[in-house]
Write a protein that binds this ligand. Structure first.
Ligand code: ZN
Length: 212
């Protein structure tokens, strides 16, 4: 895998409730926000999981990366949950991809806007050959796939909600509404073997190797 040029965190996500902070499972205590990132390979700029409404997300993109919506070539959604594609319509010129295992279900769900159902495409094994690979990490949803790439600092995995935050990684635990908790635990193990740096679904990035 060839090294990419740079990557940036756009939004640092959070959860409505975090059991590792002693918060109750029964009710949320804050608004949910997904973690979003941008991967600049040198050939293409990829936004992963656009997490805010288009107007707010455009400002965040510029603040955190210097890029404008027109600079983005691809958008990738790690799975079919709405907080991971909230800002996708900002990227009119880009190609829109979703994890292949979730994409068909997404396209058939009439709750999703027609434009999105039409334009969303299932990602293959590589988003960019030799640079950005998809990695199947089922459990949170049946078809979730993260993105793996060689950053300037080492191997990085954008895991989506397979790994919610650093605490969930350390405890090898999924979230309370995972479709299959045991399968997700295996996916977390797989993620731990693959990358030294993890961009989780709802927290800041962290060094996974230090905890092995
Ligand atoms: Zn999710």
């Amino acid at each position: 895998m060839k090294k990419i040029k740079r990557w940036e965190i756009l939004t640092i996500g959070c959860l409505t409730r975090n059991k590792f902070w002693g918060e109750p499972k029964e009710e949320g205590v804050r608004e949910c926000l997904a973690t979003s990132s941008v991967i600049c390979t040198g050939e293409a700029n990829i936004v992963v999981d656009p997490s805010m409404d288009p107007e707010s997300f455009g400002q965040v993109l510029f603040n955190r990366s210097g890029l404008r919506p027109g600079d983005i070539d691809l958008v990738y959604c790690t799975h079919l949950h709405g907080d991971h594609f909230a800002g996708i319509e900002l990227f009119e010129k880009a190609d829109w991809y979703m994890a292949s295992g979730d994409c068909e279900v997404f396209k058939q769900d009439e709750d999703n806007r027609e434009l999105l159902r039409k334009r969303m495409k299932p990602a293959g094994d590589f988003l960019i050959p030799d640079r950005v690979h998809t990695v199947f990490l089922p459990g949170h949803t049946p078809g979730l796939s993260g993105l793996l790439f060689q950053g300037p600092e080492g191997r990085v995995l954008a895991s989506g909600d397979c790994i919610m935050t650093k605490d969930f990684f350390l405890n090898r635990e999924g979230y309370y509404f995972d479709k299959d908790g045991e399968e997700n635990r295996r996916s977390i193990e797989k993620a731990a073997q693959l990358a030294g740096i993890i961009i989780p679904g709802h927290g800041n990035y962290f060094i996974s190797g230090a905890y092995r």
